[in-house]
Design a protein around this ligand. Structure first.
Ligand code: FMN
Length: 120
């Protein structure tokens, strides 16, 4: 599909067939594509929690303005952020980069995030 066609045809889907079950391989494929998205300094500080449990989904629905799609959907994905990921061995995010890039980027990561709660 052409990229402009894909953008033009995208819609937020709000009605789900409650009897449909998405196979785990499809969820993995979708999330594998999602994590190709860019992140600041390539920190990839997203953490995905996938929930395919109707009891848990009912509790999440209560906290989501009682929206039916939360329980109708086969899987709910909660996107969390690890706000301190930048601190956790930041060199690993650039381990395959040339040394000159690593020498610049790793101190830059620390300088950008340290004490910068909003940026985190
Ligand atoms: C940050 C954000 C939060 C949203 N939250 C909800 C939501 O709680 N429930 C819902 O049904 N749609 C939600 N939407 C979807 C919007 O209603 C939808 O994007 C908008 O109506 C435009 O429709 P479209 O995405 O189909 O173009 C949200 C969208 C964004 C960007």
């Amino acid at each position: 599909m052409d990229v402009f066609e894909a953008i033009g045809k995208r819609r937020s889907i709000k009605n789900f067939d409650p009897s449909h079950i998405i196979p785990k391989q499809q969820i993995d494929k979708i999330l594998s594509a999602a994590i190709l998205s860019p992140t600041s300094y390539n920190i990839q500080n997203w953490r995905f929690v996938t929930i395919a449990n109707k009891d848990l989904q009912a509790k999440i629905r209560q906290a989501s303005w009682n929206q039916a799609q939360v329980t109708d959907a086969s899987v709910v994905v909660i996107l969390c952020a690890d706000l301190l990921a930048w601190k956790k061995d930041p060199a690993r995010y650039w381990k395959n980069a040339p040394q000159a890039a690593r020498d610049y980027l790793i101190p830059a990561i620390i300088k950008s995030y340290e004490g910068q709660d909003q940026f985190q």
